[in-house]
Design a protein around this ligand. Structure first.
Ligand code: IMP
Ligand code: MG
Length: 188
């Protein structure tokens, strides 16, 4: 049985009313820089990118198209947040890896590092599969919210303690399609 589609007690504001934090051109520029850096660091080595669904897939789709490397992809999906902005505290894998990562150079692709709880859990799960190396690239980093001691190897933008949506990131499954990263002021 699939969970019911989320219903919000509040009507969500239309996207154009949300303040732009990072515009599409800045994202595109930064994504190219990250791709160039990653291509240089992994030069000559095949890399397996693991996208964390669903937040990271827009970023990942742009990132891989600028990588000058032998690249393969896989995806992992798990629930850590409910449909709102609060951590549910429980983590459940809902889509596991399709292929083994044993002995591979693995780069996790994340949308945002917030408290770090999700990533700390995820890193444990992936390290148990014995990759040759394990790094993480995150589009956004919110270090002011960190409760676990985790750090990304590559960061697109460091953002203040605001809830952001767009370019893959959602609130109640909405706003993922926006080409900018925008601020959603909570509570609504
Ligand atoms: P963490 O475990 O607190 O680091 O949570 C990381 C996950 O929470 C991210 O991968 C996002 O899915 C979600 N998240 C955290 N902050 C935001 C935000 O500002 N906007 C949208 N999603 C967020
Ligand atoms: Mg996520």
């Amino acid at each position: 049985m699939l969970p019911k589609a989320s219903t919000s007690m509040h009507a969500l504001p239309p996207a154009h009313q949300l303040e732009v934090l990072i515009d599409a051109e800045s994202i595109a520029r930064r994504v190219r820089e990250l791709s160039a850096q990653i291509s240089a660091d992994y030069r000559g080595r095949p890399v397996r990118l693991i996208g964390i669904l669903k937040g990271a897939w827009v970023f990942m789709a742009d990132l891989i198209r600028h990588l000058d490397l032998e690249v393969s992809v896989d995806f992992l999906s798990f629930t850590s947040y409910g449909d709102g902005a609060q951590s549910s505290g429980t983590v459940k894998i809902t889509k596991d890896l399709d292929q083994s990562i044993a002995g591979l150079d693995v780069l996790i692709v994340e949308d945002i590092l917030d408290t770090g709880q999700t990533f700390e859990y995820l890193r444990g799960v992936l390290e148990a599969h014995k990759p040759r190396s394990l790094k993480v690239v995150t589009l956004l980093d919110k270090p002011s919210r960190r409760v676990r001691p985790v750090k990304a190897d590559y960061v697109g933008f460091t953002v203040p303690d605001v809830f952001v949506v767009g370019y893959g990131l959602d609130y109640a499954q909405q706003y993922r399609h926006l080409s900018d990263v925008r601020i959603l002021r909570l509570p609504l």
